[in-house]
Design a protein around this ligand. Structure first.
Ligand code: CA
Length: 420
């Protein structure tokens, strides 16, 4: 028997009672931000639920974690708090539970129609790291930039490769992205140019939101890493390929990446994703012991990217991929990140890197889909090598359960022209 809520939830909704993802919202313009969970077309205001004394378990009873303007305190409390909240909220919202269902004034206060709210970044992100965990993406980038001899660097099969990203320019879905300006370098001996990026791209990624951190100098064991991950969001790691290609030697990505990164507003918890766990790809060669996990798993999350070209009404689907394609798991990424003693903090964000599948229809960015502009994509009436001003890029992701979906909603952004 599938668990049902008294709140009406359409069969194609990403937010049934099985999901209950966390976000931060303003119920009305000018009101104080507060944490909520999505249920169907509503947001359940957790500050109202907490004030009504409905979190009565041992961890959350006297906590003020839901009377905050972000989720950092709650995610930092760790798994006992997350479990307790999930049990409480699933019970409170279930069709058979009268507490909220039969209390019209409380219901009115606690359930806010999602069309009325403004979603904000769910956590204060202190640090953001971007991995490179899809083998198909790593291989395609190597083929494009370095050629067919050893497209994947030998270190890639031993190290979950990453770089430190820029946290200050992470924005919530729906925020416009201004085309960055910077240096590019045409092939051959010409001098570099400066101007609006000519190769603006999206990167379809997901990102893990760190829960409890670790002390400086104390690495997290790979088999305990899942206790440090609260959940996942969709992430578009916008990339200016011309700027990136010219600047990345020898220290890696910088201004080609740091102008903007978009995340979806709802953090889907690992608890909600657990029914969709799938075996991670077998590692060959076997990883070093600190990365060898007893259970190595991904999640079966279908991902899709659409582009709504400038001036057009319709969206075109440009790729379909799946989170299960990742070679390095998010727990291996987290363990690797801390193995030198680096400390993570609640709310830190770990991007997976572009999630490309094995087939050309499942590549996760335009660099791969158009093979660096050599094979333009057809989008209804127009074609694209890279993004043009006015283009809107929309990501969605969801898991298909038996009679319900567990989804992430959307992660979207529109390109605005560079300032002149
Ligand atoms: Ca990336």
């Amino acid at each position: 028997m599938v668990l049902k809520s008294f709140v009406e939830v359409q069969p194609d909704s990403h937010f049934p009672i099985q999901n209950l993802p966390y976000g931060v919202f303003r119920p009305a313009p000018g009101s104080e931000p507060r944490p909520g969970v999505a249920i169907g077309e509503y947001v359940l205001d957790l500050s109202v639920v907490a004030s009504a004394g409905l979190f009565d378990g041992p961890v959350l009873k006297n906590s003020d974690c839901f009377n905050q303007v972000n989720l950092n305190k709650f995610v930092g409390l760790g798994r006992p708090a997350w479990k307790e909240a999930r049990v409480t909220l699933q019970k409170l919202l279930s069709a058979t539970e009268p507490t909220l269902r039969d209390n019209p004034s409380l219901r009115q206060k606690a359930l806010v129609p999602v069309v009325q709210v403004q979603m904000l970044l769910p956590v204060v992100i202190g640090d953001y790291t971007d991995f490179f965990a899809s083998m198909h993406h790593a291989k395609n980038c190597g083929l494009i930039f370095r050629g067919p001899e050893n497209p994947i660097n030998p270190n890639w099969f031993h190290i979950p490769i990453a770089y430190h990203g820029r946290a200050s320019s992470i924005v919530i879905s729906g925020t416009d992205i201004i085309r960055p300006r910077g240096q590019g370098h045409p092939p051959g001996n010409s001098p570099p140019y400066f101007g609006p990026s000519r190769k603006l791209d999206f990167e379809m990624e997901m990102a893990a939101v760190v829960g409890p951190g670790n002390e400086l100098g104390k690495p997290v064991d790979v088999n305990e890493a899942a206790d440090h991950i609260f959940g996942l969001v969709l992430m578009n790691d916008w990339s200016a390929r011309d700027i990136q290609a010219w600047e990345y030697v020898p220290l890696g990505p910088f201004l080609g990446k740091s102008f903007g990164t978009t995340i979806s507003p709802w953090i889907v918890t690992l608890d909600a994703l657990e029914p969709f766990a799938s075996d991670a790809p077998k590692k060959n060669p076997p990883p070093l012991p600190y990365l060898a996990e007893k259970i190595s798993k991904n999640y079966d999350i279908s991902l899709q990217v659409s582009i709504k070209p400038a001036g057009e009404e319709d969206r075109c689907i440009v790729t379909r991929s799946n989170f299960k394609h990742l070679y390095w798991t998010i727990t291996q990424q987290l363990a690797h990140h801390t193995i030198n003693g680096c400390n993570l903090r609640p709310g830190d964000l770990l991007g997976t890197g572009t999630i490309s599948g094995p087939e050309p229809e499942s590549y996760g960015c335009l660099l791969e889909l158009t093979w660096n502009g050599q094979k333009p994509l057809s989008l209804g009436g127009s074609t694209r090598k890279f993004l043009e001003d006015g283009d809107e890029v929309i990501f969605t992701g969801c898991c298909k359960g038996d009679g319900y979906l567990v989804g992430f909603g959307t992660c979207s952004g529109k390109i605005l022209p560079s300032p002149s």
